[in-house]
Design a protein around this ligand. Structure first.
Ligand SMILES: Nc1ncnc2c1ncn2[C@@H]1O[C@H](COP(=O)(O)OP(=O)(O)O)[C@@H](O)[C@H]1O
Ligand SMILES: [Mg+2]
Length: 401
């Protein structure tokens, strides 16, 4: 993403345009032009070729909608975001039908506005990459769930392996888990399996045969999930750069409904590629001062590197019975709501030492039930969020947040 995003403001009201300019100035957005509706908007847009257009949408809707149509005729690839004091379904629907990319309700605030502009630009970039035959293929791509934390020992691997097993066994989807912990990965131990091959073997095969059948490189687990092992010697990771890792993820995503990636507690090229490829980053936190401090720093770094906030879901895991930091403080520190909470569960601890995942014991205790319910929620199975399911799973989780 370029450092200064160029936007054009289209609004009849000069005061509102001025207010928007002030709002965007400190946010690394350059307002390259202002225009009122109609021909002025179109001629400015054509002359300035902004990255994105912000456009007012107020009653009567006719003139702004005609302007939006004309703007899209002139510059079909330039995303338009509208803002309005109206938030009724009919207005939103008309805006969407006209072809706008996002709809913001006034009053406007800097953070959501900037996030909306960055969001539509990210989407546009992705769309172009797909159309230009870039590394993202057309056609089906499974959901990539990247499990990250800036701190080790927070339960990433326990969470990732159990989530993969739950998605495979409870949801019945095809799942592969990649152990991308570039130091010493524990996925094989946590799932108690041996692997026929590892990441470097698969990469080598893909280099000579990009359409290779990946299954013989994967270890089948009893849950139905499949596992791609890390190289036995972590030094071999030095041959895996970000581009190679991204190719590998895309290849596995073409062949599976879900790709779960367990990462090291480090920001390195593999981590960055895995986060870039993620549909969702499941960011594991523990309620401990040091963990929150390190993760706040990592969040700043990764957001600076282009990780959009809406891709992140914070998972608070309790690998120990005592909390140092409250949920409210965690949310304030990470500037986002906690999406899910996995409670402290001795059984989860014991079972992970035995190499057993939730498909083998999952309904026996709260930690397992929580991961199973999360798998169902991610898969869009509505009843994971229902009152009945909450009672059944005795959820400590915060579904729907
Ligand atoms: N919710 C939990 N309840 C009890 N023990 C847990 C929980 N989550 C993780 N653990 C334990 O914490 C330890 C560290 O977990 P692990 O998944 O290896 O962390 P990481 O991959 O982040 O280094 C393991 O012994 C694991 O069994
Ligand atoms: Mg681990």
């Amino acid at each position: 993403m370029p450092s200064a995003i160029q936007v054009l403001i289209v609004d009849q009201d000069a005061d509102v345009r001025f207010g928007l300019r002030k709002l965007l100035g400190p946010a690394d957005m350059e307002v390259v032009g202002e225009a009122s509706f109609g021909t002025e908007a179109v001629s400015q847009a054509v002359a300035l070729a902004p990255d994105a257009i912000l456009c007012a949408l107020e009653d009567p809707l006719v003139r702004p909608l005609e302007t939006i149509e004309a703007l899209l005729n002139a510059l079909p690839q330039t995303p338009i975001i509208v803002y309005s004091t109206r938030d009724d379904v009919e207005t939103v629907r008309k805006a969407m039908v006209a072809g706008v990319r996002d709809f913001l309700v006034r009053p406007l605030h800097r953070e959501p506005l900037v996030a909306a502009v960055q969001g539509v630009l990210g989407w546009e970039e992705e769309r172009r990459r797909r159309l230009s035959g870039g590394r993202r293929p057309l056609g089906f791509r499974g959901t990539v769930l990247t499990v990250f934390s800036a701190k080790g020992g927070v339960g990433k691997t326990t969470f990732a392996t159990n989530l993969a097993a739950a998605l495979a066994s409870e949801v019945g989807q095809s799942v592969v888990i990649i152990d991308a912990d570039t130091s010493f990965g524990d996925v094989l131990v946590n799932m108690d399996i041996a692997a026929p091959a590892d990441i470097t073997d698969l990469l080598q095969e893909l280099e000579s045969n990009p359409g290779a059948d990946v299954s013989r490189f994967l270890a089948p687990h009893v849950s139905g999930a499949r596992v791609l092992a890390p190289p036995q010697n972590p030094i071999a990771w030095s041959s895996v750069d970000a581009a190679k890792f991204a190719t590998l993820v895309e290849c596995l995503a073409r062949a599976h409904d879900y790709v779960v990636i367990d990462l090291a507690a480090a920001v390195n090229p593999v981590t960055l590629a895995a986060i870039d490829a993620a549909s969702l980053v499941l960011w594991v936190l523990t309620p401990h001062v040091a963990a929150i401090r390190d993760n706040m720093q990592a969040l700043r770094v990764l957001e600076g590197a282009g990780l959009p906030a809406d891709k992140i879901r914070f998972i608070v895991n309790h690998p120990a019975p005592a909390d140092e930091v409250s949920a409210t403080s965690i949310e304030a520190s990470m500037r986002a709501p906690i999406y899910w909470t996995v409670p402290y569960d001795r059984n989860l601890y014991r079972q992970s030492q035995l190499g057993k995942t939730v498909d083998q014991w999952g309904h026996e205790s709260a930690g397992g039930r929580s991961v199973v319910a999360l798998a169902r929620t991610i898969a869009g199975i509505a009843d994971a969020n229902s009152e009945g399911a909450r009672r059944r799973f005795k959820l400590i989780a915060l579904p729907g947040r």
